[in-house]
Every structure is written in structure tokens, then in C-alpha cells.
Design a protein. Structure first.
Length: 252
């Protein structure tokens, strides 16, 4: 039996990961804010599914997410941190509360979860952590200052954790997707279009540069890459920040 924990499990890349991992030989803690969505997901999956409703904006009580490990006496083989928050605003209208919330959800909660995952109470030696970051952490597009900062901080946390966790051979990696065919990406695209269109000189160029030649990336394809990083095939990979760009010109 293999044991996993997935945040952001009820939509997009997180849900695709849960569906790919779920089989009769797996137990998955699925984390999301909506109890009804968690219950519906559980009903349609094989294996053992442990729903944990939790809002990752609350960083103080994060150890509660690991409660099934205590209750059922198992240790995790992998964790996928796929929860994320987004808000698109130009710097002139940004507010501190928004920046703080995005930092909590996109980075601080990840670090807190890594703290507990590292404990031998909750994880097995040789386990793996994968964080879903974003190419926005490197592109720093118009209107995305809070999101880009929080994801760049997440990248730094991944590389630091990878160095600190080597004595238990726990691998920590991140993937940076470009545009993904998910609800969140669709909403972000519409909002970013509105933000960019207010720029009198850069709107056309920005739209042109941000096109993905290979098209939007299906969530299932992202899930395959993430599950590869969880598995033994990637047992020598740690501290990697891996772009999955779809050909996007991100000027690295």
C-alpha cells in the first residue's frame, strides 16, 4: 500500500493527480475547502480516500491535515502541494491583505506542511514532495505581482527544503506549468486580458508574447509529470524547478 497527500484535490491539476494515483493499493488524503466536493470525489475513486476539509489560508492549524496518519497509523510516501490562490491587480491598486493571503496559501502553508511531513511520525524515508508552482514566478507579467512573488517564494522554499531533507532522502521538487486548461487558468486569462488592455503601449506586445505555441496543457498531462516525480524513477531528482511551458516565450 502506498500513501499520499494531495492539496487542492477537488479541481484542476490536483484532482487529476488524485485520479491518477488512486487504485486498490493506495490511500490518499485529499485536502480542499469544500466538503461536498471532497465527498463526491471520494465516492468515485478506488482505494482508500481520506477527505480533510481545510482552508490553507489558515497556517496555524495545518497539522490537522495529517490527522489520518495518526488515526490510521500510516506514513506518507508522497505529498503534492497543488493548492493555490490568485488575484490579478496592477501594483497601483494592490493591497497588503491580498499579498499576505497569497503568500500564506501559495508559500507559507507549503513550508508548514513540509515541517510536519518531515517528521518521522508522518512520512517514510525516501518519500517525495512535489509543489505546483507557476511560470508566473519567472515571467512577472502585468497585474500579477502578488501571485508572481508568492510563487517565486515557493520556488525558494522548495530548493531550501530539498537541501535540508536529504538526510532522510526525502526529495522536494517543483513544476512550473504554463497555461493549463483548468477553470482557474481560464479565469486568470480573462482577468489578465482586462488588466493588460488598460495599458496604452504594451497590450498588443504582451498578448503576442504570452501565446503558447503548443496550446493549453491538459491537467492529465501535468498529473503524469507530477506522479513521475513522486515515483522511484525520479529517485535521484531533488531541488529541481522544472518548467512545463507549452512553448511559451517566458524570457528566462
Amino acid at each position: 500500500m502506498r500513501y499520499y497527500l494531495v492539496t487542492g484535490a477537488t479541481s484542476g491539476i490536483g484532482e487529476a493527480c488524485v485520479k491518477k494515483l488512486a487504485n486498490d493499493d493506495t490511500c490518499i488524503i485529499i485536502v480542499g475547502r469544500n466538503q461536498d466536493k471532497l465527498s463526491a470525489l471520494k465516492e468515485n475513486l478506488p482505494g482508500i480516500i481520506e477527505p480533510v476539509p481545510y482552508d490553507l489560508d489558515n497556517i496555524q492549524d495545518i497539522e490537522k491535515i495529517f490527522a489520518p496518519c495518526k488515526e490510521k497509523q500510516f506514513k506518507l510516501n508522497g505529498m503534492i502541494y497543488c493548492a493555490g490562490a490568485d488575484e490579478l491587480r496592477p501594483i497601483k491598486s494592490i493591497n497588503t491583505e491580498t499579498m499576505q493571503s497569497l503568500m500564506r496559501i501559495n508559500c507559507f502553508s507549503f513550508v508548514r506542511m513540509c515541517k510536519y511531513f518531515y517528521s518521522k511520525r508522518y512520512s517514510a524515508d525516501g518519500s517525495s514532495i512535489v509543489a505546483v508552482s507557476s511560470l508566473s514566478s519567472r515571467m512577472c507579467d502585468v497585474g500579477m505581482v502578488s501571485y508572481s512573488m508568492s510563487k517565486a517564494a515557493l520556488n525558494a522554499a522548495v530548493k531550501t527544503a530539498a537541501k535540508e531533507f536529504t538526510n532522510r532522502r526525502i526529495r522536494v521538487n517543483a513544476i512550473l506549468p504554463g497555461g493549463v486548461s483548468s477553470r482557474m487558468s481560464s479565469e486568470k486569462g480573462e482577468l489578465l486580458s482586462d488588466v493588460v488592455s488598460t495599458s496604452s503601449t504594451t497590450s498588443k506586445n504582451t498578448h503576442s508574447e504570452n501565446k503558447q505555441p503548443f496550446g493549453l496543457i491538459p491537467c492529465d498531462d501535468m498529473a503524469r509529470i507530477i506522479c513521475y516525480l513522486l515515483g522511484d524513477e525520479a529517485k535521484y531528482m531533488t531541488g529541481e524547478i522544472i518548467s512545463v511551458s507549452g512553448g511559451l516565450n517566458h524570457n528566462l
